[in-house]
Write a protein that binds this ligand. Structure first.
Ligand SMILES: [Zn+2]
Length: 204
């Protein structure tokens, strides 16, 4: 059977992009909502014609509240959390930024599918999505990017090189170089519009 073509839709809200990547009816949600917003997420998924039960995994690019706030809510709805080993330690820190009024449901280890970046291609292949997860620190130590074989790359909050502030510019540059070398061509960021990927400057 030929592979299903990959489609990408944005189900984001409140200035954060949440990307549904689909191979036919096999889907992956990249970045997982604000805390306490499962009702809003469900209504957008419905409007965008994405049945929740067709989402095979959720994946957070990193564990900041606007990127992983609904991870446990999705688990309770039957969608496992795909967690990269370099991200495990960041989960408990997320609570630091959350107020009781946010209605955050704490992410517990049970039900998480923990893999390394090296294992990601095999897992993604099994759900019909050709690509890999790469560790791309810079914005945060736990930041990962999902790079599809067609060059689409989901970078979360990886800082564009020209906007580096408090981040270590060398770490940010190394992450962009890695993505470029692996064939990234179109950036789907955590905030703002998609853009073509520029070749990273040498040494910059
Ligand atoms: Zn962030």
């Amino acid at each position: 059977m030929p592979a299903e073509p990959i489609t990408i839709v944005n189900v984001g809200y409140r200035s954060t992009n949440y990307w549904v990547i689909s191979a036919g009816r096999s889907r992956l949600l990249v970045d997982i909502g604000w805390p306490g917003s499962m009702g809003k997420m469900r209504s957008i998924l419905k409007r965008m014609d994405v049945p929740l039960e067709e989402i095979r995994y959720t994946l957070a690019t990193h564990y900041h509240i606007d990127h992983a706030g609904l991870a446990q809510d999705f688990k309770q709805a039957g969608v496992p959390l795909l967690l990269i080993d370099v991200q495990v330690e960041a989960i408990p820190l997320m609570k630091t930024w959350i107020k009781p009024v946010d209605n955050y449901i704490e992410i517990i280890p049970e039900g998480n599918v923990v893999i390394s970046c090296a294992e990601s291609r095999t897992l993604l292949e099994a759900i019909g999505i050709p690509g890999e997860v790469l560790h791309t620190p810079g914005h945060s130590a736990d930041s990962v990017s999902l790079l599809l074989d067609d060059g689409s790359v989901f970078t979360g909050d990886l800082t564009p090189p020209d906007y580096v502030g408090l981040e270590d510019p060398h770490v940010v540059a190394a992450s962009w170089h890695l993505l470029w070398e692996r064939g990234a061509s179109r950036v789907y960021p955590g905030h703002g519009p998609t853009r073509l990927m520029d070749e990273p400057k040498r040494g910059g």
